[in-house]
Design a protein around this ligand. Sequence first.
Ligand code: ZN
Length: 351
Amino acid sequence: MPLITNIYPIYVIGGIGQKIVIAGTGFNDQQGGSYVSFKDVDVNNYGNYMDAATCMLFKYIKWTDNEVVVEIPRALTGKVHINIYGIDYESNDELHVKATLKNLTYDPLTALHLTNQNGIGGYTWYINEEFWNNKRARKAIEDVFEEFRYKTGANFVLNSAPTSNAINCTDKINIIAPDPALTVTGHCEDFTYHWTVNGVTFKLYEFFKIHITDKENWYYGRGRTPVGSSKFRYVLLHELGHAHGLHHVIENDQTMVGTVIPASMVPWSKRDIITPDEKIAIKFLVKMSQNFSFRDCGVSPMTTIRNPFDIYGKYQNHKRPVWLVYKYVAYKLKNLLSLVLQLKLPKLFLY
Ligand SMILES: [Zn+2]
């Protein structure tokens, strides 16, 4: 009888080509119709195991009687299944998917790319005037953009003037706006598009709309959230994570955990930054978005950013001013200091 004795690694990132080794016995010398299955993160099959047709699309690196190696697709945390002649066998250990790309399919050629959508290298985001005129909200948005730009290099910039457009506007612009009709805390709506030229289909993110509820008592600052209020920065961080290609995970130490825990509760109240796992997943998407070869239909790759602190993209094509360089150095020093503190006091920084 087939048996899985071990899977490794246990902590992984989905959809970026990482491999998992499944060790055991009775897998047969050749794959034939057998396959490996993971818990699905796709909304239409969320939490269930992927079916045979899907699993046959994975990239199997090795298949022997006692070891199978396969690329980990977009997936959710859960035990790994191996299906031999129509029967599922389950691993003892759970595979922890710490971050996973959202729309990366099993074939990287059909993945959704970020592109040079605004003609200056990436995506320009408009802040609705209600958030723009609220200084603390605007500062929170600026800081969250800086965080993503600094950690991932994604070319997202803010427009230097607000928009009066509401969230339900039909303009094809990237917008962050309050949504009185929203029934959840926040939502990132993505609009995708694809071109097929000479039999090659290229898929891209066209624009995004980030809806934020107006029903919460928002706290716009950093750090611990006062009781009775919810953390604006965390919700925006999560929604912008979707706009950077991330799907939900069921790992409580991650920004992309699917269910929003009341923000005054630990650890979410302290969360201000994207995690190292999310950074790896997004950087994979950014690199792919900067290096694709499709050039038809006005599509070109996302360009690299000159300075992560230039959040309004003012110096994209100019020599960067001295204050931006200083800020860059200060940020590096601050991160180095916090790294040293983490080494000394690991428990303090667990969350
Ligand atoms: Zn979400």
